[in-house]
Write a protein that binds this ligand. Sequence first.
Ligand SMILES: *Cc1c(COP(=O)(O)O)cnc(C)c1O
Length: 390
Amino acid sequence: MIQSSKQVQSLPAYLFSIFHKKKAALKAKGIDVIDMGIGAPDLPTPPFIIDRLTEEVRKPKNHKYSPYGGCQEFKEAVAEFYHRHYGVVLDPDSEVLTLIGSKEGIAHLISSVLDPGDGVLVPDPGYPVYQSAIHLAHGHTVRFPLDEANGYAPMFHQISSRDLERSKMILLNYPNNPTGGTVEINIFEEAVRFSKEHQLSLIHDAAYDLVTFGDYQAPSLLQVTGAKETSVEFGSLSKSFNMSGWRLGYVVGNKDLIQTLSIYKSNMDTSQFIPVQLAGATALRSDFSSVRANNRTYKQRLDMMMNALSGMNIHAEKPRGTFFIWAKVPEGCTSQGFSEKMIDEAGIIITPGTAFGQKGEGYFRISLSVPIERLHEASIRMKKVMKGGG
Ligand SMILES: *Cc1c(COP(=O)(O)O)cnc(C)c1O
């Protein structure tokens, strides 16, 4: 009998899997399930990106291993993007590293920096991968709350000195999954100051950097003067260019953190397939009209859904970024109870807030990565179930 390691055996329960099982069971019964639990774009990758891939994939020189740290053209395209979009100057050789998706990079950075028992400050609610990665690295997750009353910004002064003493890193994520919370640069200025004062490495997960609405533009952590002394920022092509399956991301910023991650990774993988990186370079060098078109699609879905929710007396703040709505469950329901009721009685999947941490209790997350007609149908079913009482 083969046994998995204690670390793997004791991984935090993956709440999503309960819903996957329910979805499969309902589908088997012929029920039309609407899945608003999805965390990846439903829209296709823009054709100009696919064109570059198919062109490059035909060249035998691109069939070899990529350089460990990623290919030069992609790293330069990342640096150009930071300069053009944020006014941030990066050295493509030492301050940019290609990743096989940012999830991989975040998890491996945690492993490459932590010693057993080291703490990492992680937002609650937050992306579940952080906690799992810390667990696998034999680290210690220290949760700090994000509150609606404070616009889901970190409340640094509330983190206890005991928690600070045992922590080596702090993780932030804006535009935020799951809350849709966004920040202005002042929050990042405070974060950088805080990281220096307490000798923390500051890790910013910017997976939704370009998924924003209206006039709002998400700032980069690296726009803060001196941020590179303590900080790195993770970026991803998955959300902004509908490339989740391509597995392409990057990390930028502090040279030492990047070097550490690069050494770790060179023993685990050999970077991403060259044509995928070259297609990613074309994406980052584009005029972003495809990104704006995507955001318009999400915005239409968002407006429709916000109206529907308010008609049901469900409270939600309208997000300025991400493709998620973070809404309050009706009075008297738990997150889990409400989500189960929705799948059992309405055939719709929403994610219970508690999938993202204890502070998610009382909320649920709707993904707008579903065609508008289907979202509309989901809202009608929801309304029916809510009217039915219970
Ligand atoms: C989707 C997502 C990621 C992972 O992105 P990949 O680059 O596809 O690995 C990272 N962080 C958050 C918060 C996400 O929602």
